[in-house]
Design a protein around this ligand. Structure first.
Ligand SMILES: Cc1ncc(COP(=O)(O)O)c(C=O)c1O
Length: 431
């Protein structure tokens, strides 16, 4: 199919995610033909550094040879088999390997992606409360600007207003705790979280939060004390704490789980994206025994939930190999040098006219453009256009320009990506 034919078919029939389709129709889309490592290649042979690791999934780079081999091997043996009353080596081995590096967690419930991880976690927390003699506990507490996915339960605990608004009338009851978008005001947030949980514990099933970094909110970095406070107060009132590590897990912030920065563990942990190295849609909900034990016993206590592809062997085989690559290639050990480059660049960018604020943690660097107005702001898209001309894919979050490359990106590719970010910000905004 020629480029023109692809674009014509796309324009006529494909409804794109998170896109104002009239605006999209007026753009000249990137038409990607293949990918390798940190690079996307378009149909005309141009290469682009993947600045966000394809929506934060491709943590080990595209088509890592070991992941390709694991997938191919698995395809030669077992494509799919429902995990209903049956099991297979990939699901069992992945469970053992992932739980071994997840302190306190003893079980994994497989799901399809980040949204369904959060959806299942919410249901688990509500059913857990009911089956431990507290049926009145059904409300959920979450943070302002949070993003936990797009299914109804996940959207209910999300806070980005432009995503919530159309569905407001059908969302579940949640209690919002306001967190600051800049560095001050944290004491107020700690106090509100503590007050809310202490006051309403009898009606709360769970507190849900993204540990240390709120991704879709614009890469907002939180002090680890917030997570420690959440752990303290939920433990005091025996409320379930759900940590959504869909974005932050698998090394994104420098540690395997972001919650390690705070030295705490959740009762339930949601994971996806890097979980399958960005190769297949798959995720998991990790729980401790306190949660699992409430579902044991008579049949009516079971968790009646599952997807057709729950624990699918292809995804699980890749997920198992992802963990081996983390170990064999000492992926986490390579982060400090890369994180330092990201930090230096964004710190420098933070001093530019036109840049209101910057932040960096691990393999995340972000800046707010001056005069922005949130997710619908066009500022970041000007930087996107400039970066694309220079050979990088840099989809913004409104007025927030950020990088979240694969966490093992070769240093030379990272240096090139960061140089493009600097040039593009200058050209789009200041220049
Ligand atoms: C923290 C967090 N949770 C959940 C999700 C939803 O994941 P998915 O897009 O795989 O459904 C996302 C997606 O960006 C996320 O960042």
């Amino acid at each position: 199919m020629s480029r023109d034919a692809i674009v014509a078919a796309d324009r006529s029939h494909v409804w794109h995610p998170y896109a104002a389709m009239d605006e999209y129709a007026a753009t000249d889309p990137l038409v990607v033909a293949r990918a390798e490592g940190a690079w996307l290649h378009d149909v005309d042979g141009r290469a682009y550094l993947d600045g966000n690791a394809s929506w934060w999934t491709s943590v080990l780079g595209h088509r890592h040879p070991r992941l390709v081999a694991a997938l191919t091997r698995q395809l030669g043996e077992l494509d799919h088999c429902a995990l209903a009353g049956a099991t297979h080596a990939p699901a069992a081995e992945l469970a053992e390997a992932l739980l071994a590096r997840s302190p306190g967690m003893t079980r994994i419930f497989y799901v399809d992606d980040g949204s369904t991880a959060v959806e299942a976690a919410i249901k688990l927390s509500v059913q857990h409360a009911a089956q431990t003699g507290r049926p009145g506990r059904h409300k959920l507490v979450s943070l302002s600007e949070a993003f936990h996915g797009d299914t109804v339960g996940a959207a209910s605990v999300s806070g980005v207003e432009v995503f919530r608004r159309p569905f407001e009338r059908i969302l579940f009851e949640r209690i919002r705790v306001d967190v600051p978008t800049r560095d001050e005001g944290w004491e107020r947030a700690f106090a509100q979280l503590s007050d809310v949980v202490s006051r309403d514990a009898d009606s709360i099933a769970a507190v849900v939060l993204e540990p240390v970094v709120q991704g879709a909110a614009g890469m907002r970095v939180h002090p680890p004390e917030l997570l420690r406070e959440a752990r303290r107060v939920t433990r005091e009132h025996d409320v379930t704490l759900i940590l959504d590590e869909v974005f932050t897990g698998y090394g994104r912030t420098g540690t395997f789980w972001a919650s390690e920065h705070a030295g705490v563990t959740g009762d339930i942990v949601c994971t996806a994206k890097g979980f399958s190295g960005g190769m297949l849609p798959m995720g998991g909900v990790l729980t401790d025994d306190r949660i699992f034990d409430a579902f044991r016993g008579p049949r009516e206590r079971a968790f009646y939930y599952g997807h057709s592809f729950t624990g699918n062997p292809l995804g699980a085989a890749v997920g198992r190999e992802v963990l081996r690559v983390f170990d064999d290639e000492r992926v986490l050990d390579g982060i400090p040098a890369r994180a330092a480059l990201i930090r230096e660049t964004f710190e420098r960018l933070g001093r530019r006219d036109g840049v209101a604020a910057w932040r960096a943690i691990g393999m995340v660097g972000a800046l707010d453009l001056d005069g922005g107005s949130g997710y619908l702001s066009r500022g970041g898209w000007r930087v996107y256009d400039e970066a694309r001309r220079r050979g990088a894919y840099l989809r913004p979050l409104g007025d927030v320009v950020y990088v979240t490359p694969s966490i093992n990106i070769p240093l030379s590719d990272l240096a090139r990506l960061l140089a493009i970010v600097e040039e593009s910000v200058d050209a789009a905004w200041v220049g």
